[in-house]
Design a protein around this ligand. Structure first.
Ligand code: CU
Length: 165
């Protein structure tokens, strides 16, 4: 829970106005090898309020574009697909995790190495924003520790299907 308290503190410092009633838990970004163009961020989003909300976008200085993505099964193959929103039902926790919903960091402007930190800003359907820092750490593809074949590496092949993640 140390990460959470650090997160809440940094969120409080960076957003003086009361943000959406969404609590961000355990955010982290995928470490990628130098030169890799893309990465992804994961976290749990908990809508503490009684109103339906959704995540409508995200930005970060570490990437030229930030998109909301999910994975779908397409004829037995996992593929990433861009989505416009991630719904956050009241009093529920939504997990963004490898192999599922995630925040795609496209066109990295710097290397994301294990131990780094990066900032991310989330925009919600009520117009509010939250900016917070997250650690960069290794994220293994589901079920395997294969090198050099993770989601970030495969973004350029998005139309061709994903074997990992
Ligand atoms: Cu993606």
């Amino acid at each position: 829970m140390k990460a959470l308290s650090t997160l809440l503190l940094s969120a409080a410092l960076s957003t003086p106005l009361l943000a959406a009633e969404v609590q961000v838990n355990d955010p982290y970004a995928r470490a990628v090898a130098p030169g890799q163009p893309n990465s992804a961020a994961f976290m749990q989003l908990e809508n503490l309020g009684g109103q339906m909300l959704s995540l409508t976008g995200a930005t970060s200085e570490v990437a030229q574009a930030v998109e909301l993505h999910t994975h779908i099964q397409d004829q037995g193959v996992m593929r990433m697909r861009r989505i416009n929103t991630i719904e956050l039902p009241p009093h529920q926790r939504v997990s963004l995790q490898p192999g599922g919903l995630h925040i795609m960091l496209i066109g990295l402007t710097r290397t994301l190495s294990e131990g780094d930190e990066m900032a991310l800003t989330l925009t919600f359907s009520d117009g509010s924003e939250q900016t917070f820092n997250m650690p960069v750490r290794p994220v293994m593809p589901m079920g395997a520790q294969k090198h050099g074949n993770n989601m970030g590496n495969n973004m350029g092949n998005m139309g061709q299907g994903q074997q990992q993640n």
